[in-house]
Ligand binder design. Structure first.
Ligand SMILES: *Cc1c(COP(=O)(O)O)cnc(C)c1O
Length: 247
């Protein structure tokens, strides 16, 4: 299993590097988030074993369960290898990539490093308040999700609403806006995907140019298995890849 995943990961990294070189970008700017929602926990363990720690889930309940299972096996292993500190376990860094309901925020916050799907002030405020209530010392890194494909069934902010929300979130002390997230429609049409990603990058650059979102605002979370190459060509710094990694 490890071999197959390592091969897929290397292939994806190679494709990302090629897309970067076409656009004179440094490939180290692009992080691959392994989306593990369709695989077993053992596969996540295999991923960690080959040193890949950036993992994403789209449902809160599964993220929590899986992180608990992995934490348990890491603790057990650390117990066994107490005498051998030369084999430190790699811990996952969790990304919440799917729609987030306000009533799930509290459980999620202690575990997660990035939330890619903030699309309302009420959700942002819920996160902000709960960071304080839980006494967490970290700021929570968030993306604003933008619906650049304008599909009615998609979550995310309307393009015209992004700036106003960014200005409001800027005043919340426990959040750190790290960038924008967008999804292209389910399509084989790469030019349509390119349009959606390009639109997201334009908004990102406008906000960044005007210094609206703070110094950490450096990321574009765009691209899945069907369109990560196009997304990298359009400036993605985090791609969220499931199927292509585990097939
Ligand atoms: C499932 C999912 C992905 C990954 O999809 P694949 O097509 O399997 O690469 C990326 N982003 C989000 C928000 C998802 O829900």
């Amino acid at each position: 299993m490890n071999k197959k995943i390592a091969e897929n990961l290397n292939r994806i990294k190679g494709e990302v590097a090629e897309a970067c070189s076409r656009n004179r970008r440094d490939p180290s700017e692009v992080r691959i988030i392994a989306v593990t929602k369709t695989v077993e926990v053992d596969t996540i363990r295999a991923l960690l074993e080959i040193g890949h720690c950036q993992v994403g889930e789209s449902r809160v309940q599964e993220l929590i369960q899986r992180s608990a299972m992995i934490e348990e096996s890491i603790s057990r292993r650390e117990g066994l290898t107490e005498q051998r500190p030369e084999t430190p376990a790699s811990r996952p860094s969790w990304h919440m990539i799917g729609h987030l309901q306000r009533n799930k925020v509290k459980q999620l916050l202690p575990i997660v490093d990035y939330i890619h799907s903030v699309d309302s002030l009420r959700l942002a405020e819920e996160i902000n308040t709960n960071v304080a209530k839980l006494g967490l010392v970290k700021k929570v890194k968030i993306f604003l999700q933008v619906n650049t494909s304008k599909e009615k069934q998609k979550y995310g902010l309307a393009v015209g609403a992004v700036r106003a929300l960014a200005e409001q979130i800027r005043t919340l002390p426990n959040l750190e806006m790290v960038g924008l997230m967008a999804m292209a429609p389910l399509t084989e049409d790469q030019e349509l995907s390119r349009f959606c990603f390009g639109r997201c990058r334009e908004i990102f650059e406008e906000l960044r140019g005007e210094k609206i979102c703070g110094p950490a605002f450096n990321h574009l979370s765009m691209g899945m298995s069907q369109d990560y190459i196009t997304a990298v060509e359009e400036g993605a710094t985090m791609i969220r890849v499931g199927t292509a990694l585990f097939e």
